[in-house]
Design a protein around this ligand. Structure first.
Ligand code: SF4
Length: 113
């Protein structure tokens, strides 16, 4: 089940609820801050933390562990979401992907038929 060329996000939000960093690449903080109409420093202070390796900024989590930008209607920064989010699941995925991601679940059911 490794053919992700037909991947279509079903907006289940499962990937946004997993443990781990949402690392921001160069220029992404500026883009998101502008989208939120915030000054860059205010955005960094309110919504980011430094990764353990101190090489990047990551978005923070809510208390329940999901991404700070996951809202009831999905990603609140969809138009400018980080490249790491856009790369999922083609370039990376979490363990148990096929039993957590709605599209992954669909695919594994097709394979079982
Ligand atoms: S930025 Fe958006 S797509 Fe990325 S993890 Fe957060 S809610 Fe999900």
């Amino acid at each position: 089940m490794d053919d992700f060329s037909k991947f279509k996000c079903l907006q289940c939000g499962a990937c946004c609820q997993q443990d781990g960093y949402v690392r921001l690449r160069e220029g992404e903080s500026d883009k998101i801050a502008a989208y939120l109409n915030m000054a860059i420093y205010a955005f960094i202070e309110k919504y980011t933390r430094i990764t353990r390796d101190r090489k990047a900024l990551s978005l923070i989590d809510k208390e329940n562990g999901e991404c700070i930008f996951l809202g009831p209607q999905g990603c609140r920064i969809q138009a400018v979401k980080p490249g790491q989010c856009l790369d999922f699941p083609q370039k990376w995925k979490f363990k148990a992907f096929s039993s957590i991601c709605a599209w992954g679940i669909q695919q594994s059911k097709k394979i079982q038929r």
